[in-house]
Design a protein around this ligand. Structure first.
Ligand SMILES: [Zn+2]
Length: 86
């Protein structure tokens, strides 16, 4: 059976900007979010202390997460967690 697929809706200005950022040449080895194209990486620490004027301790809760996706409530890991094959 032959079906006609409607054309996709036109991109919003935000989507156009996002796509152009993703298409830009990325310096070799630079970490970039595959979802939004951001290059801002975030690591959160819970329960840190200040001792002698320096931050110490705490538990890393989110590591290498895209900051801009996180602001929109999306969890986007920027570095793949490579697990050893047994
Ligand atoms: Zn992102």
């Amino acid at each position: 059976m032959l079906k006609i697929v409607p054309p996709p809706p036109p991109m919003t200005p935000a989507e156009k900007l996002r796509e152009s950022v993703k298409r830009r040449a990325r310096p070799d080895g630079m970490i970039q979010c595959n979802r939004c194209g951001s290059r801002t990486i975030m690591t959160t620490v819970t329960g840190a202390f200040i001792k002698n004027g320096r931050k110490s301790g705490g538990t890393v809760t989110d590591k290498d997460v895209c900051y801009h996706c996180h602001q929109r409530g999306i969890f986007s890991q920027m570095l793949p967690e490579l697990k050893r094959i047994k």
